[in-house]
Design a protein around this ligand. Structure first.
Ligand code: ADP
Length: 490
């Protein structure tokens, strides 16, 4: 199976979120299953060319690509994904990709990713490499399935090329004015109210991906069902319902070479499922760093997150007084909306012996929090997959989560499982999106923490689970086969 993996983020080159982790891990697992994979990524100026060994590909000559009536000159650079034999192709167009950040609010944001999608197709033409499947990711690559089926349908090379469109977050849709039809050279006839690319009078890249891809998936089973409803579908639920038979959920895997308390290179102390002593040493180390007195009998609750409403910070703010009345300590790492940053700054000033806050991005600290905390809080309003709760399980740090999306698929509530006669709970969860429900579940966790034997059971239940990529990659391969079948039916 030949797979072109088209992404706008990929570890170790460029990252803003979970998509980068997926793009950096899934292709290698697919290769192990016998696939031939090529990765395509824009060549952002923030990618360190020397460090990653990018080389100009002289076999692919300059590609002139017309966007918004202007011909842009595009080149291709190449490198190998570290520790693999996978070729990564970087689309180079300084006019669009030499900016300070990956995603911008610039007026030509649509053009940047129209160019990227077309350049990927033109690179495939020059390589004379026809993939069986092009795996597109999120709205930035949403027009690519349309281009394959329409603009480039004249090219016999792609007669058997299918597309899989992966939705990592339906909340970001790429909505632009009708002028996209001209910029991207899309047929006028495809744009009409309720049509395959129209949304509220605008052109939606996400909707185009959903409408034209042969198969669609998202990053957990529960989220795949949730986005069929108005509460979670962000206006695209009706379009998704039409394609329900072709919509699947595959949970993201995690990379245990990086996230494993036995080997994690960011931890001062390692520990295992049989010997937790290092975990408490990490807790002491972490709390000392924040000037908080460690106590074995007081649980430490960790948060590592973008501070935005999606992640549940509004209900956290609603319940702040009740939460602070609990006998627990808190370490919070993140950045985002001013009002939430301000709230946590204030909190650590008011309660310096109880709350430690770090506003910003800090990879090393995120590892230390996973290891040092006793509990990890993720009260998300919606969560397509979520990675931190999966890391928490491996680190013996009981997740407290709202039962939504990938959180619902990975965290089993201890009390709920007990109620049904099972002892396999690995954390705590709540359903209602309210400060009260959040508070009650944290209170439950704090109470159970007092019972050391039960707590150890919860920890080991989580640590035993395996969310590595192997199983998820097999499921992707199944979807690729389905996509090929759908394509051949046309
Ligand atoms: P999303 O992609 O919606 O932000 P995920 O849970 O899928 O959420 O992935 C978030 C990733 O970013 C995790 O690897 C998490 O550890 C990391 N992360 C988020 N905020 C920070 C931060 N402030 N510092 C360090 N890492 C962070």
């Amino acid at each position: 199976m030949k797979v072109a993996f088209v992404t706008t983020e990929c570890v170790p080159y460029a990252k803003t979120g979970g998509l980068a982790d997926v793009a950096g891990s899934l292709p290698a697992e697919l290769v192990k299953l016998g696939c031939e994979v090529k990765i395509f990524l824009p060549k952002y100026s923030l990618i360190d060319e020397n460090r990653h060994g990018l080389k100009h590909n002289w076999d692919i000559s300059e590609m002139p690509i017309r966007i918004n009536g202007v011909i842009r000159s595009v080149h291709v650079y190449q490198s190998k994904l570290p520790n693999t034999d996978i070729n990564v192709y970087f689309v180079d167009c300084p006019h669009y990709f030499y900016r300070h950040i990956i995603y911008t609010n610039d007026p030509d944001e649509d053009e940047r990713f129209i160019l990227f999608s077309k350049a990927v197709i033109e690179t495939l033409q020059r390589l004379q490499w026809a993939p069986d499947v092009i795996n597109c990711n999120d709205w930035q690559t949403g027009l690519l399935p349309l281009f394959i089926k329409d603009n480039y349908s004249w090219d016999r090379l792609f007669d058997n090329t299918a597309t899989l469109f992966t939705i990592h977050n339906i909340g970001y849709q790429g909505l632009f004015s009708k002028s996209v039809l001209f910029s991207a050279e899309i047929r006028e006839g495809l744009f009409y109210p309720g049509g395959p690319i129209e949304q509220d009078g605008a052109v939606s890249f996400m909707k185009a991906g959903i409408s034209f891809a042969d198969i669609i998936n998202t990053v957990s089973n529960t989220y795949a069902h949730e986005i069929l409803t108005p509460e979670y579908g962000a206006g695209l639920e009706a379009t998704l319902v039409q394609r329900e038979a072709d919509l699947f959920g595959i949970l993201n895997g995690v990379d245990y070479n990086i996230w494993n308390p036995e080997t994690d290179k960011h931890l001062p102390y390692h520990y295992t499922i049989n010997d937790f002593s290092g975990k408490y040493l990490n807790k002491k180390y972490l709390l000392n760093h924040f000037g908080i007195k460690p106590d074995e009998n007081i649980p430490l609750i960790g948060i590592v997150s973008r501070m935005v409403v999606q992640k549940g910070f509004d209900i956290f703010a609603d319940a702040i007084n009740e939460m602070m009345s609990l006998d627990a300590q808190w370490i919070i790492l993140g950045s985002g909306e001013d009002r939430f940053e301000e709230l946590f700054r204030k909190l650590s000033n008011l309660l310096p012996g109880k709350v430690g806050t770090y506003i910003g991005y800090n990879n090393e600290l995120s590892h230390l929090i996973e290891a040092g905390a006793d509990m990890f809080l993720m009260p998300s309003r919606y969560e397509p997959c979520g990675l931190n709760q999966i890391y928490s399980l491996k680190y013996g740090t009981a997740p407290i989560v709202r039962k939504t999306g990938g959180l619902a698929d990975t965290v089993k509530d201890w009390d709920e499982q007990n109620h049904f006669g099972f002892k396999d709970g690995n954390g705590f969860s709540f359903y209602d999106y309210s400060g009260f429900a959040l508070y009650k579940s944290v209170e439950r966790a704090v109470n159970v923490f007092k019972h050391k034997d039960i707590w150890k059971k919860i920890q080991t239940n989580g640590m035993k689970l395996d969310f590595s990529w192997t199983r998820s990659a097999e499921k992707y391969l199944e979807l690729y086969k389905l996509a090929v079948e759908n394509r051949q039916r046309l």
